[in-house]
Design a protein around this ligand. Structure first.
Ligand code: 6PG
Length: 475
């Protein structure tokens, strides 16, 4: 019996995905560049081995799959994918589908898709979220490619995807780079979400002087409320863990310098290219950059010292904690609204027709940003798929109204205490800018006209587009 699907790349993600595919009753052929990894994988597959065809040559691998062959490539993003595709192509035949399941840049995905467009082969760019656990037991899967190629893989992918109330967290989102673009924005939102949580943690640790186990309890409580989500849940767990070496809370011995592999940065770059303000994601990426400049920060602290923290309102009771909870929710709304706005703009620019309610739906389970909150976003976009901004949907407008006072109090308290809250503050300023009909760009327009005769529009519609700055413009 031939395999339903093939998979190349038995690293952590690839192995887990392959086991998931096998476990859901799909026969799968696997291949790895180094055959030792394939043998080891097969030897450790246990009772799933019967569903797995281990292959040591590409020729053998391709022959083991039922045509038209869907072949998942799960290797390091970038050049290795192009190289792998080149090696594979000579063995493929008409209708075969190469599926890049890594964290690819959607521009590479479009290029790869276009290269194969006039050939008998096709290409799918597939975003997979959920880390190792997700890959093994149910990820969220974002598919981009032709509808025909999607139909060939729909059954297998549906069987392995996460389920939210029984609904599979996988969907075909559009042509060529759509799936990888949506995955990139997922990661951008993930960055913002994590940064905002870390800022709140900073206020609890350095403002309220709570210990890691105490902060863990706070997040544990929040996880039962409106913030309920995977990231809050793991934050509770992470903060509760102790270092086996020093016996101290694990987080207290981890260096405060965060890494990044590029998807957050790409979200920001693409948002800028599309002319969409994604300030929460920008703040998160900048936060990681500054975090990694550890030595410079330590040196600067020696020069400037740290500001005195002001009294945190309500330290004695629960109210400041309530404020922190609501502030996080309000800020989160801004980040998600921005992420969806970037996707809406990209959808137009690239002609993808991205289904916003579906995207929110398939993020409800399996992926890193999975949460209750995404179910609410699903409802909001289902009622109004073309709304300009999530914030102005009735449900979220109400939520913002309920929580933005808390965000304002938390941000001002943090600012007065010298506690950095770039993402929370950006969210607040985003609301404050977005909901103010008359802004201050009239001054910028006047300045631009003064020094560069750029011209401006008038509020009264009068047809005069330059100011009385004098005849020589620099006068
Ligand atoms: C996921 C994650 C995963 C990873 C990102 C971000 O959805 O499962 O987003 O893909 O976390 O690549 O990684 P960095 O934080 O290293 O950039």
């Amino acid at each position: 019996e031939q395999a339903e699907i093939g998979l190349i790349g038995l690293g952590v993600m690839g192995s887990n995905l392959a086991l998931n595919i096998a476990e859901k009753g799909n026969k799968i052929a696997v291949f790895n560049r180094t055959p030792e990894a394939t043998r080891k994988f097969y030897a450790e597959a246990g009772e799933l081995a019967g569903q797995i065809i281990p292959c040591e040559t590409l020729e053998e691998f391709v022959a083991a799959i039922r045509p038209p062959r869907p072949i998942i490539i799960m290797i390091k993003a970038g050049d290795p994918v192009d190289q792998q595709m080149k090696l594979l192509e000579p063995y493929l035949s008409s209708g075969d589908i190469m599926i890049d399941a890594g964290n690819a840049n959607f521009r590479d995905t479009i290029r790869r898709f276009d290269t194969l467009k006039d050939s008998p082969l096709t290409f799918i760019g597939m975003g997979v979220s959920g880390g190792e656990e997700g890959a093994r037991h149910g990820p969220s899967i974002m598919v981009g490619g032709t509808e025909d190629s999607w139909k060939r893989v729909e059954k297998v992918l549906t069987s392995i995807s996460a389920k939210f109330n029984g609904e599979p967290c996988v969907a075909w989102l559009g042509n060529d780079g759509a799936g990888h673009f949506v995955k990139t924005i997922h990661n951008g939102i993930e960055y913002a979400d994590m940064q905002m949580i870390a800022e709140i943690y900073g206020i609890l640790r350095d403002g309220l002087k709570l210990s890691a186990p105490e902060i863990s309890k706070v997040f544990g409580r929040w996880n039962e409320g409106r913030l309920n989500s995977y990231l809050i849940e793991i934050t509770e767990k992470v903060l509760a863990a102790n270092d086996p070496i020093s016996g101290k809370p694990m987080v207290d011995v981890i260096l405060d310098a965060a890494g990044q592999k590029g998807t957050g940065k790409w979200s920001v770059i693409e948002a800028q290219n599309l002319g969409v303000a994604a300030t929460g994601i920008e703040a998160a990426v900048a936060g990681r950059v500054l975090s990694s400049q550890k030595e410079e920060r330590v040196a600067a602290e020696k020069i400037f010292g740290l500001p005195q923290t002001v009294a945190m309102p309500g330290t004695d009771g629960l109210s400041f904690l309530d404020d922190l909870e609501n502030a996080l929710l309000a800020a989160k709304i801004a980040a998600y609204a921005q992420g969806f706005a970037v996707m809406a703009a990209a959808s137009k620019e690239y002609g993808w027709n991205l289904p916003m309610p579906t995207i929110a739906k398939i993020w409800r389970a399996g992926c890193i940003i999975r949460s209750q909150f995404l179910d609410e976003i699903t409802s909001a976009f289902t009622k109004d798929p073309d709304v300009a901004n999530l914030i102005v949907t009735p449900a979220f407008a109400q939520l913002v109204q309920e929580t933005d006072g808390a965000l304002r109090r938390v941000v001002s308290t943090a600012v007065m205490s010298g506690l950095p809250v770039p993402a929370l503050a950006s969210a607040l300023s985003y609301f404050d800018t977005y909901r103010r009909g008359r802004g201050t760009a009239n001054l910028i327009q006047a300045q631009r006209d003064f020094f560069g005769a750029h011209g401006f529009d008038r509020v009264d519609g009068v047809d005069k587009h330059h100011g009385p700055w004098g005849s020589g413009l620099n006068a």
